[in-house]
Design a binder for this molecule. Structure first.
Ligand code: SF4
Length: 437
């Protein structure tokens, strides 16, 4: 790479989208570092001369954010503040041909599976022996662990398999090694991620192996919390919860995106499960792990969604009383099977329905938080902000869930655990005092 800005070569990686993308950026930076190339994540200082934008192509809003970010970087290049702008990730994978024509100022575009090619462009060698080694973009006490890539499901709304391909599990031994190496770097909590967690092992071992993986990971010394994200509900392997019940370091937490509750919608979404089956599954999970924190994600405004479907979903939420809920408005994605349907719910109606559904959850969340007043929780301290410490219980994941605001006059160590007695509850957060241990 020849620097024209007179800056020394330094790569800044900007990551958009989800935690899976974040892991890809961390792997890329680990490789660059091993090639002795200076690399940073989300550098605010502009003392770098090369940018890699790792894009998201999941839904309209994410695509827009990715394109705006690319345009911002291209503008910096035009002003002479950058030498090179490269783009990778899902958006680039999905729309490379169009984007190349639209934004010719970008130096090169890459797909989601082209790490060696990006490295080559950055004059670095791909080092296969570095498997799993990465430069964390998260605070050093937690990290994501991607256990597989891609997805074999056929949900009608989802464009992810178009960008990430079919399901490919990573071997258990490799994941255990990676977890050990993360713990050595100071990681206390790992969040298991995949497009679809419960499929883990079916491709590689010809049987579901998430349970076995959990037992093996929970044996890693020094790993205090293991958290499960993105479990598909149809044919959910309930025996996975044995590991959660048996091992203290597997959080009583499950993130299971359900998308909807009306049978009409579930069928149109090709979710391979009915509302009644989901209700039975939730009852079984709660029976097996009493007090488990259940998180789900929903879609508002899927084609054909009626007022009755929305009411059915709200009623389901009131009865199921999830601990955490996230919601997206439906995005009409080309080349998905839902794209053949008419996107007949107007954008403002989608937004209004999403808000209406979240209002139901807001009440439930507040009630559940109020029940925690007076209880003591083990809290992992994430950061200090505006003079107050913010942490999480085992029932809260990073960024998407509640935070615990900690009142104390003492200095608390970031990345360590403290015991906190809850004194106040809000819609989505808790407040409490540190108690002597
Ligand atoms: S498209 Fe999906 S996998 Fe890709 S970044 Fe967005 S959310 Fe992540």
């Amino acid at each position: 790479m020849k620097a024209r800005t007179l800056k020394k070569d330094k790569v800044n990686i900007i990551t958009l989208g989800c935690s899976k993308n974040m892991v890809d950026s961390e792997v890329l930076s680990g490789q660059l570092l091993a090639n002795e190339i200076e690399v940073v994540h989300e550098n605010g200082k502009l003392d770098h001369n090369i940018v890699v934008v790792n894009t998201c192509g999941f839904i309209d809003k994410a695509k827009e954010e990715s394109i705006n970010t690319i345009l911002d970087q291209v503008a910096l290049k035009k002003k002479g503040k950058l030498d090179k702008v490269f783009v990778t990730g899902c958006l680039s994978h999905r729309y490379r041909d169009d984007l190349e024509k639209e934004i010719p100022e970008v130096d090169a575009w890459f797909g989601t599976m082209e790490l060696p090619l990006i490295l080559k462009e950055l004059e670095a060698d791909y080092k296969a022996e570095l498997l799993g080694e990465r430069l964390l973009a998260t605070p050093k006490h937690y990290a994501y662990l991607k256990i597989s890539e891609g997805c074999n499901r056929t949900c009608s709304f989802c464009a992810i398999p178009l960008m990430r391909g079919g399901h490919v599990s990573r071997p258990i031994e490799e994941l255990v090694k990676e977890a050990e190496s993360l713990v050595k770097k100071g990681v206390k909590e790992i969040m298991l991620i995949a497009q679809e967690l419960t499929y883990y092992g079916l491709d590689l071992y010809k049987k579901r192996q998430l349970g076995e993986l959990l037992y093996r990971l929970s044996d890693v010394e020094g790993l205090e919390w293991i958290r499960l994200h993105y479990a598909y509900p149809s044919k959910f392997p309930i025996e996975v919860l044995d590991a959660m019940r048996d091992r203290k370091n597997i959080c009583n937490y499950l993130d299971m995106p359900l998308q909807h509750a009306s049978n009409n919608m579930l069928k149109a979404m090709k979710r391979q499960i009915t509302r009644e089956e989901m209700e039975d599954l939730i009852a079984d999970i709660r029976e097996k792990i009493p007090g488990i924190c259940l998180r789900t994600t929903l879609i508002a405004g899927f084609p054909g969604e009626t007022r009755e479907d929305v009411e059915e979903l709200k009623d389901f939420l009131r009865r199921m009383r999830f601990d955490r809920v996230g919601i997206f408005t439906y995005s009409h994605e080309e080349n998905t099977t839902a794209h053949d349907l008419e996107d007949d719910v107007p954008a403002e109606v989608k937004e209004a329905r999403a808000q209406e559904i979240m209002e139901v959850q807001q009440e439930i969340s507040l009630e559940k938080n109020q029940e925690k007043i007076g209880q003591v929780f083990k809290v992992l301290i994430d950061k200090k902000e505006a003079g107050r410490y913010l942490g999480r219980t085992e029932f809260d994941s990073v960024e998407v869930d509640n935070e615990v605001v900690i009142n104390t006059s003492k200095k608390l160590p970031i990345g360590e655990f403290v015991q906190v007695k809850i004194t106040k509850a809000f819609d989505y957060d808790l407040e409490g005092d540190v108690i002597d241990q």
